[in-house]
Design a protein around this ligand. Structure first.
Ligand SMILES: Nc1ncnc2c1ncn2[C@@H]1O[C@H](COP(=O)(O)OP(=O)(O)O)[C@@H](O)[C@H]1O
Ligand SMILES: [Mg+2]
Length: 254
């Protein structure tokens, strides 16, 4: 059984069946990509995994426990962190201040009443944030305003903020969307580094096939809310059903 098991998930928006019958199993410590044309239901599926949406049918198990009906915060506490399509960072804060937010949330679920404990805890939080900035190779940017950074660095910071919560599953929704090639390649290298050093599970939604084929061990192709194929990158390349999903070619079912 995978660390993430999606079984028979369906989601309808009014008259639109955004997800039909999605089955997906993500192996622990693997990188699993979900690809598919615009409107295929990729973000909707991700929203069902993190408590933003409750599917109409089916189940979603993380490490054997249902995520359905839990709040995004509870799902976060279970060990799932998610990077959004648009980086969710606080532009008015510095890079360091941004990084302290998840470190604080991770360490102090409850408000510290004792002033000394609180100061010590702040020191710990700053140390943890510094450590994360070093891991993200951003220590030199600690006092920069987050809004002044490049799209690639914003994404790097956001990924670091997710990792500060020490997730076991990192979900990424098109992390390289709108990036220049150099930033995309940096993001690929960062995700490879995370995989090598942290051995966590990564599920990535991605349009850019260069990113997908550089990182993924398994690929699920989603089209019109239903998985068409799930296979290794080598088998996915040149698969007729993948071409059909991307080019909208209507060919006879194999
Ligand atoms: N909150 C919503 N209300 C109504 N329709 C939605 C909503 N979210 C997504 N959709 C529709 O569901 C389909 C799948 O969307 P989405 O999951 O965003 O696709 P993808 O991420 O693969 O591009 C699209 O047709 C989209 O317009
Ligand atoms: Mg999307």
């Amino acid at each position: 059984m995978g660390i993430l098991e999606v079984k028979g998930v369906g989601k309808r928006f009014g008259g639109l069946q955004a997800l039909g019958d999605v089955n997906l199993s993500v192996a622990e410590r693997s990188v699993h990509a979900i690809i598919g044309p615009n409107g295929a239901g990729k973000s909707t599926l991700l929203n069902c995994l993190v408590g933003k949406l409750i599917p109409d049918t089916g189940s979603v198990l993380f490490d054997g426990q249902s995520v359905l009906g839990r709040s995004p915060h509870e799902i976060n506490q279970m060990g799932i962190s998610r990077v959004f399509q648009t980086p969710e960072i606080f532009g008015d804060l510095t890079v360091m201040e941004n990084m302290m937010i998840p470190c604080f949330a991770k360490r102090d679920g409850a408000f510290e009443m004792n002033a000394i404990a609180s100061v010590l805890s702040q020191r710990d939080i700053a140390a943890k944030a510094e450590e994360m900035l070093v891991e993200m190779n951003m220590a030199d940017k600690r006092d920069m305003h987050a809004s002044a950074m490049s799209r690639g660095d914003k994404r790097r910071l956001e990924i670091g903020m997710c990792l500060a919560q020490e997730p076991r599953l990192l979900l990424l929704d098109e992390p390289t969307a709108g990036m220049a090639r150099a930033d995309t390649n940096n993001t690929i290298d960062l995700l490879k580094q995370i995989q090598d050093e942290r051995h966590i599970t990564i599920a990535i939604i991605e349009h850019d096939m260069h990113v997908v084929f550089s990182l993924a061990e398994r690929i699920t192709v989603l089209a019109q809310g239903t998985p068409l194929v799930e296979d290794t990158p080598d088998n996915i390349k040149g698969h007729p059903k993948v071409r059909e999903a991307y080019l909208g070619e209507s060919t006879a079912a194999a």
